[in-house]
Design a protein around this ligand. Structure first.
Ligand code: ADP
Ligand code: MG
Length: 702
């Protein structure tokens, strides 16, 4: 019954009808009464208090004042014709100005009478006034309780406005719908939870968010609805996690054997940092636990994740299993290969590299040796998840730089083995905890929060384009000292050809200023054949070229310790996290490193904040938090599957506390009733089933 009401097509709502309902669908995606009720106000007008004239300032939002109207006069002619009046109370006078419907208003407003005026104070030529206020006679009604409340403001569109559905129009139909809704909005949380957390019922909350009597009601309504949004996302994630832990037996790696010991004692050329040791312990515990591991390893660029991945793989090998690392680019997987090949040959382990550009003869050999088990470790790009790639017994899959891989690709790795392999996901893109809980809420999280010793922090400097000569002179000095330099260009234009042109122009300019035979310049960009890319990259790694001109293809993972300067051209066009990633390419050797942020001389406010953040901190987590604050979560990859895009109210930055509550409650619920079978939890189950049906599968209850 209650659900029928929620799902009633919006045209059956009073005051809507066929024409308006078509528009509501097109413009606001509102198909049902339920959708309409989920179209929350984006702002409220506070009519609970009357301001005194003396307290008005231009910093205030919309305010309500009552007083006596004096001096109603017309001023100006033609287009600049306006109506002026002043409103006086016992504390002073404020001017009111109208530019529209001037004549009509002039007849309506009676000097000497009491009025209520409502509007936004502004300052004009140093004088306060209220432009286009709403004005109504001060009737007895204004002293009544129900008039003094918050009024909702809704987003609308030009087309909707033309059909009378401006904010006011929408509020009228919402109000009608709410009248009908009394007693018919289904609860979707268990009553025990509502009582314990003192939350509004769903009905109270929806009534309250549209027409809150006061701030308190609004706060409670908002809190309840935010909780609900976050709770159902968490429930799905936690459910996935529970399911894996309970239903999927993990491969048990009990032996810590020859490979790991040999590596640790005889091969590893440095001491692990404490953070690395801790994370290896966490992973070892997972691998021996009998549960399937799904762990996210976060560590800032250069924190040494690769060696942790290797040690985890060695545990798999010690237990008779194979392992693999999948990376997002050919350059990166080639680099893993170069790093690990050396270690593995000392341990007598066969390791192979498989990418899109592996020649078919070589590919055939690799595929064979994987099946026979001769190859123990496979590195590569997403070529690894192609169906033809079959392992003898894959025990652990590492995914490097996860933000480029979707959840679906993760799932494909599972299918590489009769029993799903353990999964270790590594990312150097630190994400704020709140976001991690939501994006990777189905994973356990480890953090490397310590850099290997001896690293000097990168010096970050900002230059406007007019300082280019100075910058080039600095680069020459660095190169004279034997250092190498990156110069990175952003993707600016819509079209790849234009971007390439932009990069080429930059390259030409660099070659002009850094000519042969004193200087050699490499270039790498996304549209080069991978052979060419590798060739150019290799020249730079070997020190044959001193300058690497590139697009962001070098963003992830590339490691050239002798490179000590990162120049980022048009850096105002990069997101904060991306800038931080790029900066992480330098500062890997013992020398002082520099990150030079080039920008045009004029900057938008936003760009200025990003540059400022880069100059102020090198802490990846702080940068990530700022990035999230500046850009909102909308730009973060992998969000579509996360449900974040369904959030109407909850804010991952501001609502960390509610998110934690929601996650804890989701755990507690599934702990006590994993299939949601108890009658107490029927509302939750019912809601999920209906949402599944509405959105296509949610995969929550199988
Ligand atoms: P990332 O976490 O960005 O993948 P890498 O694994 O590429 O970092 O490591 C960066 C550099 O630090 C590599 O050259 C690696 O050899 C070195 N490194 C890693 N761990 C240590 C350590 N504990 N002590 C000294 N150097 C280390
Ligand atoms: Mg790495």
């Amino acid at each position: 019954m209650v659900h029928d009401f929620w799902d009633t097509p919006v045209e059956f709502c009073k005051g809507v009808g066929p024409a308006r309902s078509e528009l509501l669908k097109k413009e606001l995606n509102i198909f049902t009464i339920g959708d309409l009720l989920l179209h929350y106000p984006f702002r409220y007008i506070d009519k609970t208090v009357f301001y005194k004239v003396k307290d008005i300032s231009e910093n205030l939002h919309y305010i309500q004042v009552k007083g006596i109207i004096r001096n109603v006069t017309m001023a100006g002619i033609g287009k600049s014709m306006r109506l002026l009046a002043s409103l006086a109370d016992e504390t002073g006078e404020v001017e009111l100005v109208w530019f529209n419907s001037v004549k009509w208003l002039k007849d309506k407003i009676q000097p000497g009478q009491k009025y209520v005026v409502f509007g936004k104070p502004t300052s004009f030529n140093g004088k306060l006034n209220i432009t286009h206020p709403e004005i109504e006679p001060l009737t007895e009604e204004y002293y009544k309780e129900e008039k003094r409340r918050f009024y909702p403001v809704y987003s609308s569109s030009e087309k909707l406005k033309s059909k009378g559905l401006d904010s006011k129009g929408i509020s009228k139909i919402v109000l009608k719908a709410l009248e009908d809704a009394r007693g018919r909005i289904a609860e979707n949380l268990a009553s025990d939870l509502l009582n314990r957390l003192k939350l509004f019922s769903r009905e109270e909350a929806i009534m309250g968010i549209h027409y809150p009597a006061d701030q308190l009601v609004l706060n409670r309504a908002t809190a309840r609805l935010k909780f609900e949004e976050l709770f159902f996302i968490q429930l799905r994630l936690v459910k996935t996690k529970f399911y894996r832990n309970k239903k999927i037996p993990g491969l048990v790696f009990q032996n810590v054997g020859k490979y790991l010991n040999d590596f640790y004692h005889n091969v590893l050329p440095y001491e692990l940092t404490n953070a690395q040791k801790r994370v290896v312990r966490e992973i070892r515990k997972d691998l021996g636990s009998g549960k399937q591991m799904n762990r996210l390893l976060q560590g800032d660029v250069g924190s040494g994740k690769t060696v942790v991945a290797l040690m985890s793989m060695l545990i798999a090998l010690d237990n008779g299993f194979q392992a693999c690392i999948m990376a997002p680019t050919e350059i990166l997987s080639a680099q893993h290969y170069n790093t690990l090949k050396g270690f593995c040959s000392q341990l007598d382990i066969d390791v192979k590299l498989l990418t899109g550009s592996t020649k078919s003869a070589a590919r055939k050999k690799i595929l064979e040796s994987l099946l026979t088990g001769e190859t123990r470790i496979l590195l590569g790009t997403h070529a690894l998840i192609e169906e033809v790639v079959k392992f003898q017994n894959l025990g652990l899959a590492v995914i490097d730089e996860q933000h480029r891989f979707g959840v679906a690709q993760r799932a494909k790795l599972w299918e590489k083995s009769d029993r799903p392999p353990h999964i270790l996901v590594m990312t150097a893109t630190p994400i704020p905890r709140t976001l991690a809980m939501t994006l990777y809420g189905d994973l356990d999280v480890s953090v490397i929060d310590e850099l290997p010793p001896g690293r000097k922090p990168v010096k970050t400097l900002h230059f406007g384009d007019s300082n280019r000569l100075k910058v080039f002179a600095f680069l020459k000095e660095q190169i004279r000292q034997g250092r190498q330099v990156y110069i990175v260009y952003p993707l600016i234009h819509e079209s790849e050809t234009l971007d390439l042109k932009h990069l080429m122009e930059g390259y030409d300019a660099v070659v002009r200023d850094f000519p042969l035979p004193d200087y050699a310049v490499s270039m790498v960009h996304g549209q080069m054949k991978s052979k060419e890319k590798e060739y150019e990259m290799a020249r730079f790694v070997k020190g044959e070229t001193q300058i690497m001109v590139a697009t962001t293809v070098i963003e992830v993972g590339v490691d050239v310790p002798n490179a000590s300067v990162m120049v980022i051209e048009n850096s105002e066009r990069f997101g904060l996290s991306q800038l931080h990633q790029l900066r992480g390419r330098v500062g890997r050797g013992a020398d002082q490193s520099y990150c030079l942020l080039m920008t045009s001389d004029k900057l938008t406010n936003d760009a200025r904040l990003r540059i400022k953040a880069m100059l102020e901190t090198s802490d990846g987590f702080r940068i990530a938090e700022m990035d999230l604050k500046l850009r909102g979560p909308g730009n973060i990859e992998g969000l579509e599957q996360s449900g974040i895009t369904d959030l109407h109210l909850a804010d991952l930055v501001a609502d960390e506390k509610i998110l934690k509550f929601a996650r804890d409650e989701a755990f507690a619920l599934l702990e006590s009733d994993s299939e949601l079978e108890s009658p107490e939890n029927a509302p939750v189950k019912e809601f999920i089933l209906r949402e599944n049906k509405r959105k296509g599968s949610w995969g929550m209850i199988s």
